[in-house]
Structure formats: C-alpha cells, structure tokens
Design a protein around this ligand. Structure first.
Ligand code: SAH
Ligand code: SF4
Length: 411
C-alpha cells in the first residue's frame, strides 16, 4: 500500500472570504438564468396552464375572471392532491364554473415521449414539453420497501461541462419552468396511479425527490424554488423537505439561499479532493474552489446530524480513486454531518473514463467508513435502458433529427 500522495497532489487553494461571494454574484446568476427562460404557459389556443403557479398567482388569475379567492384552495386540492387534469372531474365545483375554467385553462402534463422499465424495475421517462424540448426523469424503486426516489431534471442540457457527464456534452438549451419541474413528478405519479397524494406518514411509492437529473438546479434556482414550494405544500403534494435532496456541482452563492429559503437536503458533486483535478473534472471548480465549497457546506442551514450533507464521489479508475484520495476526502469533510455516496462511473459512448474496480471501490469505502462516515456504494440501476443521465435525450434527438421533427435541433 503506497502512502505517497498522487502526482497531481497540490494543496487546496486558500478559501476566499464568504463576504467576497456577494449579492452581486447571486444577482448575476439569477439574471443569466432568466436568459434561458422556459416558453410561455399559454397554449396556442389561448388557454393557460394552471400547473406551476404559486397560490398567489393562481388567486390573481382567478380574480381576473371574477372568481373569489377561496377557489384557489379548491383548485389547488384538485390539481395537486387529487391529480385531476380534467375540470369535469372536479366534483366540488359546479358545472357552469367547470366549463368556464375549461374554456380558459388547462391542467397540463409533459408528454411521455419514451417510457422504459428496466429489468430491475427502474423506470425511465423522456418527457417532451410544449416546445418539443425533452428532459429525463427516472423512478428508482427501493429494493426492500414499497417506496422510491424520483430523479428530476432541472434544465434541458447543462451549461457546465463536467468531463465524465453525458448531459455536459449537450450544452444548455433552456431552463425548465416550475410547471415542467412539478410536471415531471406528477406525470411519473400518473404512471403509477398514485393519486390522491398520500397524506402525512402514509406510505408512498414516490416517496423521495432527488434533483439529480439533467442540468444544474442552482443555475435555475427560481423555477426550482417555486416548484419545490408547490411540492412541499401540505395541501398539495405534501412531500416533506426532509425527503427532497438537491444535487449541485457547487454553485456556492445559491447554496445559502437554498438552505434558508427551502431547507431541503443538499448533495454536493465533489468527485475530487484537489483543486487541480477537480478543475478538470468539474470545471466550475475554477470559479468556486474546494475550500470555498466546503466552507459553504459547513454553514448550510439545513444540515444536522439527522439531515446530513451527501458528498457524491464518482469513482474513476486511476483518476480519483486512490487510498490517498480517500484519506484526503475524510480530512476535508471532517466535522461536517455528512455521508459519502460512492458512484461507480457509468460509461457512455465516447467517454474517456473507466469505472474503478470493485476492489478499489471497497478499499476506498473502507477508509471513509473507518472515519465514521456512511459510504454506500450506489449500485448502477437500469443499466439495460441507457441509464447514464442525458443518454435517452441524445438518442431521441438523433432519431428526430433524421425525421426533421421540431425541437430536435443540434445541441
Ligand atoms: N448538476 C448537478 C445535478 C445533476 S448531475 C450536479 O452535478 O450535481 C447528478 C449526478 O450524476 C452528479 O453527482 C454526477 O456526478 C452524476 N453523474 C453524471 N454523469 C455520470 C456518469 N456517467 N456516471 C455516474 N454518475 C454520473
Ligand atoms: Fe451539469 Fe451536473 Fe452533468 Fe456537471 S454533472 S455537466 S453540473 S449535469
């Protein structure tokens, strides 16, 4: 066993002061995000989609057509608790009003362009939105219990270009709107028929949300926040903030706001413990280096022993998987309520990495575990259905380009 540090070893760069990450930086990120806004929620026939509106916006729209504010609660219940998409099913609303609503509004869902269920029961959806753009959603059932996680996309493509990630090869097309983000969850629910939303602690199949699909959620913060507020609303889908985890490659200025405003769990795509290697694997590191990222984790408001931060670490053979890396990882995160998720690299055509060997994975996991951190190895699921994030969309783009379909531009 070698104790020499790997050749690329260099100390982590000095942490900048937290104050240097100013409000200006946050405003700049939000302004840039607005340039990739989703298309209008109004259909070509003039009807407006009611999904994805906050309660206040829904009230405003109903007031505009002369309806009283109490209608908001009623509609909210039908849309998010009952899962109704058809106004004529909303039995607590009188027929004339049902008709009035149907003339002006719709309760939309993304269209499932592809649904594939793997031999291990993982179900992968490629959802197509109104403008023809597509994003992936995956349902990963728990092997032991009747529950599971829905992995939701936040953007079509991604501006960042992590070298191991297939989505990173696609560039960013646009942000997903709140309706499209909530819509992925609701459409996945439709597929399992799990309506009305189970209340409180009643077991649910779709019991957890991980914002780990295509895109960087903290580069689409406002739509994500709006969608999560709808999902966490006790009179709607009613999923606890404890059951929602947002994964970020490390957009530090938005992490504080996410913790304060949403209080959801955080997962950090760390993948390397030294800046020179992380600069290469996760290029955002050049802007927000490891020391700053770890400092932001230490002050993340929603973290506690009961609600640990997850550090995701993709195991790349001979690149970041040495025992020295494992020891440095443990040193970096010491004192943070954390667990480490070791992810075997999922190869895709043209990728330049190899997954670590099983032995190396086990050796790495043992070091992390000995230091007192849970370090589950995330077993690949749905291998038989193009499970590497972004692959399904690329396949669909290829097929649609050859048929000249709309929304199938070369990205
Ligand atoms: N942009 C966010 C969330 C989406 S990526 C982020 O980077 O955290 C979600 C996770 O998928 C990340 O941890 C990423 O490392 C992982 N991932 C991406 N490509 C992968 C691949 N080919 N094999 C295994 N995991 C991958
Ligand atoms: Fe974007 Fe996350 Fe993929 Fe990096 S790993 S390119 S941040 S989706």
């Amino acid at each position: 066993m070698s104790i020499a540090p790997p050749l690329y070893a260099r100390p982590v760069r000095e942490a900048a002061s937290a104050a240097a990450l100013t409000d200006d930086e946050r405003s700049r990120i939000l302004a840039k995000s607005a340039q990739f806004a989703p298309p209008s929620a109004v259909l070509p026939d003039g009807r407006r989609d009611l999904v994805g509106l906050s309660r206040a916006e829904l009230t405003e729209i109903l007031t505009e057509i002369g309806e009283k504010p109490f209608r908001t609660k009623q509609l909210w219940h039908w849309i998010y608790h009952q899962g109704a998409t058809d106004f004529s099913r909303m039995s607590s609303i009188a027929r004339p009003l049902q008709e009035k609503l149907a003339e002006r509004f719709v309760v939309g869902r993304p269209q499932a362009a592809t649904v594939q269920t793997s031999r291990d029961e993982t179900r992968k959806f490629l959802f197509r939105f109104r403008d023809g753009q597509e994003a992936e959603t995956v349902y990963i059932p728990d092997r032991r219990e009747d529950r599971g996680a829905v992995c939701i996309s936040s953007q079509v493509g991604c501006t960042l270009s992590c070298t191991f990630c297939h989505t990173g090869t696609q560039g960013l097309v646009r942000n997903l709107g709140a309706a499209e983000i909530v819509g992925q969850f609701m459409a996945a629910r439709d597929s399992y028929g799990e309506w009305p939303s189970p209340k409180g602690e009643t077991p649910r199949l779709l019991s957890t949300i991980v914002l780990m699909g295509m895109g960087e959620p903290l580069y689409n913060y406002e739509n994500i926040a709006k969608a999560m507020k709808i999902i966490m609303d006790g009179e709607g889908i009613g999923l606890s903030r404890r059951r929602i985890t947002l994964s970020t490659s490390g957009v530090i200025p938005m992490m504080d706001q996410c913790g304060e405003e949403l209080g959801i769990n955080l997962a950090i795509s760390l993948h390397a413990v030294r800046d020179d290697l992380r600069d290469e694997l996760v290029p955002l590191n050049r802007k927000y280096p490891i020391a700053d990222l770890i400092a932001a984790c230490r002050r993340y408001p929603a973290a506690s022993n009961a609600r640990r931060i997850t550090f995701e670490y993709i195991m790349l053979r001979g690149v970041n998987d040495s025992e020295a890396d494992a020891r440095e990882l443990v040193r970096l995160i010491s004192g943070i309520p954390a667990k480490v998720n070791l992810i075997p690299f999922n190869p895709w055509p043209g990728s330049r990495f190899q997954p670590s060997t099983r032995e190396q994975l086990d050796r790495f996991a043992a070091i992390v575990m000995d230091a007192g951190f849970a370090s589950p190895i995330r077993m690949p699921r749905g291998r038989d259905i193009l499970a590497a994030c972004g692959q399904l969309r690329t396949e669909s783009q290829r097929a649609r380009r050859s048929s000249g379909a709309p929304g199938a531009e070369n990205t």
